[in-house]
Design a protein. Sequence first.
Length: 249
Amino acid sequence: MTIPKDFAPHSELLRGRVILVTGASSGLGSALAVETARAGATVILCGRNQAKLDSVYDEIEALAAPRPAIARLDLEKATADDYDRLAGTVGAEFGKLDGLVHSAALLGDRTPLAQYDVPTWCKVLHVNLTAPFILTQVLLPQLRNSPDASVIFVSSAVAPNPRPFWGAYAVAKSGLESVRNMWSQELEIEPNIRMNSVNPGRMRTRMRAAAYPAEDPNTLPFPKSVTAPFLYLLSELGRGIRCQYLDAQ
């Protein structure tokens, strides 16, 4: 399944929707936060770096878009109380959640499995796989309060096609596809909640530079250029698209 090539977001596309974006302090997450706000959504900026979140907040404010909110959360170190507190705040402040985008990610080591650092392995699996599962679970009541909730897991080309030397990152992304699939099947009787995953593809980000240090960044598109499929899925246009893996490029 693909998004229509002539799709172009507009300022009313997400009007009235509340959307939480993890990893909103930089890279794809910050681009998604800004573009969803530009499309009319009230965005909850979730990330660990307060200064960077403040910068994205100011950028959105300058658009004269709906005022965003900041939910500081370190996915690596967050406790059960931190997750519950976030869910409680979303429920109390907004009463619902119309969109959840799991954009936060951690690359980890690009080394052979025989040499992979075990603590790094555990950290990468937690941030990229366990944390999105927990966040989806605790926010499920708010998603259920929406008449049209869309959850998007940011995937990768290494998920359907595991490659050597991608270690815990590839394992986590493959696992995330299973989590998305199971959520979709278990919530099949709740048509107001749909879950999909999107592979954004090659982007000019710090993570990409760490993964491919010899690559010329000038040959890569900026994250903003791959946000349209995400906005399509977050809008009412995405109704009926469930349990899909889509490529943004």
